[in-house]
Write a protein that binds this ligand. Structure first.
Ligand code: MN
Length: 230
C-alpha cells in the first residue's frame, strides 16, 4: 500500500440513474463552439474547422440540486447547457465506428463560465483556465447508462427562474458525439471515468445570486442548480 504524506483528496463522482453505484470522474474535457448559433453569438465563424478542446479539473463536478456560490473574481458568470458524454472504456485514436463502445452513458451538464475572464484571455491569446476551469464549474445531473440508448438528437434547453434562455436540438452539434470522441482520443488517451462536455447552443447569458436554473436534454434527468451569494 502506498504511504501518502497526507490523506489523498476524495475521488470526484457522479450518480448513475437506477443504480446505487457512482461514476468515478477521471478527467473533464470540453469542446467549444460546437453549435453554429452559439459560435455566431460569440462573434466567431461557425465553420467546423478543427474542434476547440479545453478542460476542467475533475473535482469541478457538482451534484444535482446544489447551491453553487457565485464565484470570485467575476462579474459576468454565464450558463452553458451541454450534453455530457461519460466514458466507460478508454482508448487512443479510437476509430469512429468503435467509439460508441467507449460510451458509458449520457447526462445534462452546465459549463459555468466566468465570461469576462474568458474574453480577456481570448483577447490576449492566453489560456482559458481561469474563465473555464474554476471550482464548482461543472454541475452535472445523474448519468443515464448507454444501455438505455445513445443520444444523437433531442431538445436541449435551459431556463433561469422559469424563463427560457437556451433551446436547440442536440442534432445541431457541428461535431457529433462519435466524431468528438474519435478526435479527442487522437490528442489524449481516453480513460474510463472521463467526461466530455459537448458544447452549448445559443442563448448563453449572465447569472445573478439567487437565480434558479433548470436544464435538460430530452430523455435525460433534468439538472437543477441555484446560484448562491458571493
Ligand atoms: Mn461550453
Amino acid at each position: 500500500m502506498t504511504d501518502f504524506a497526507f490523506p489523498p483528496a476524495a475521488l470526484p463522482s457522479v450518480a448513475i440513474a437506477g443504480s446505487s453505484q457512482c461514476f468515478p470522474v477521471h478527467r473533464i474535457y470540453c469542446i467549444g463552439r460546437n453549435y453554429a448559433d452559439h459560435a455566431r453569438e460569440m462573434g466567431a465563424d461557425p465553420e467546423r474547422g478543427t474542434p476547440i478542446f479545453f478542460s476542467k479539473p475533475a473535482d469541478a463536478v457538482v451534484a444535482n440540486d446544489a447551491v453553487i456560490p457565485y464565484p470570485q473574481r467575476t462579474s459576468n458568470l454565464h450558463h452553458e447547457v451541454e450534453l455530457v458524454v461519460a466514458i466507460g472504456r478508454g482508448g487512443r485514436e479510437v476509430p469512429q465506428e468503435r467509439v460508441l463502445d467507449c460510451v458509458f452513458g449520457y447526462a445534462v451538464g452546465i459549463d459555468l463560465t466566468r465570461r469576462d475572464l474568458q474574453q480577456a484571455s481570448k483577447q490576449k491569446g492566453l489560456p482559458w483556465d481561469t474563465g473555464k476551469g474554476f471550482d464548482r464549474s461543472a454541475p452535472i445531473a445523474v448519468i443515464r447508462p448507454a444501455s438505455r440508448g445513445h443520444v444523437s438528437k433531442g431538445r436541449i434547453w435551459l431556463t433561469v427562474n422559469g424563463q427560457q434562455r437556451q433551446q436547440s436540438d442536440v442534432s445541431e452539434m457541428l461535431w457529433k458525439v462519435p466524431e468528438i470522441i474519435a478526435e479527442l482520443s487522437a490528442f489524449f488517451e481516453l480513460e474510463p471515468g472521463d467526461l466530455i462536455f459537448t458544447g452549448t447552443p445559443a442563448g448563453v447569458g449572465a447569472l445573478q445570486p439567487g437565480d434558479r436554473l433548470e436544464s435538460g436534454v430530452e430523455g435525460l434527468d433534468t439538472l437543477r442548480i441555484t446560484i448562491g451569494e458571493r
